[in-house]
Design a protein around this ligand. Structure first.
Ligand SMILES: O=P(O)(O)OC[C@H]1O[C@H](OP(=O)(O)OP(=O)(O)O)[C@H](O)[C@@H]1O
Ligand SMILES: Nc1ncnc2[nH]cnc12
Length: 193
């Protein structure tokens, strides 16, 4: 039997991953001047409306989440679109999902932090005791733009003494260099304008 060529297998895997990303890229939709003039808003709801595409997106997110080292103990999803994707990853990895919500939506004791968005400002909150000190936390959201949202979420994780191992997003607005605001590894499936 011929020897197994690990390099070929890895190349094939990378190629398959890239092809799936291209399929998703072709199904993103762009809305100029939304929600404000000058913003090119990228939207992925067409992907969610199409089960075959949604499955591809889920698989890529799970595969990418598994690449983080150390491995996550908890997935933290950001209000609101992080709630669509974070739980898919958490369930597949069989680890807890925890939400970070916008101000005033979470009952009980919370910690809060404020941030500036590409198109506004806001405050986000996380429930006390939702993560344990030292837990490896992976933040999940749909989009990285200026990085303000993930920076704020990172501060919350640190306030809980969680160990932030990284951020996982679907789209990253490459012209805004949002990753520079973050002091952890950031992985995005697609770079968008
Ligand atoms: O990197 P940033 O500049 O901070 O922008 C990224 C954030 O902005 C969008 O959320 P939005 O506040 O529009 O909220 P939504 O998910 O409730 O629509 C997006 O879903 C990210 O969470
Ligand atoms: N989905 C999105 N598209 C473009 N810019 C954004 N800024 C925050 N979210 C965005």
């Amino acid at each position: 039997m011929a020897p197994v060529n690990v390099e070929n297998i890895n190349n094939d895997k990378r190629e398959a991953f890239k092809k799936k990303v291209e399929i998703l890229e072709n199904n993103l939709e762009y809305f100029p001047d939304f929600p404000k003039e000058g913003i090119l808003y990228s939207e992925m709801f067409k992907i969610l409306r199409t089960p075959e595409l949604f499955q591809i997106l889920r698989d890529l997110l799970v595969e990418t989440a598994k690449e983080f080292d150390p491995k996550p103990d908890v997935i933290i999803g950001i209000d609101s679109k992080g709630f669509l994707f974070g739980p898919l990853v958490a369930l597949e990895l069989k680890i807890p999902f925890v939400p970070i919500r916008k101000r005033g939506k979470l009952p009980g004791k919370v910690k809060s932090a404020s941030y500036v968005l590409e198109y506004g400002t806001d405050t986000m909150e996380m429930q006390e005791e939702s993560i344990q000190k030292g837990q490896n936390a992976l933040l999940v959201d749909d989009c990285l733009a200026t990085g303000g949202t993930l920076e704020c979420a990172s501060e919350l994780v640190k306030a809980f003494q969680g160990n932030l191992i990284g951020c996982l997003v679907i789209t990253e607005k490459y012209e805004l260099d949002g990753f520079r605001k973050l002091s952890c590894p950031v992985k995005s499936l697609m770079k968008v304008k």
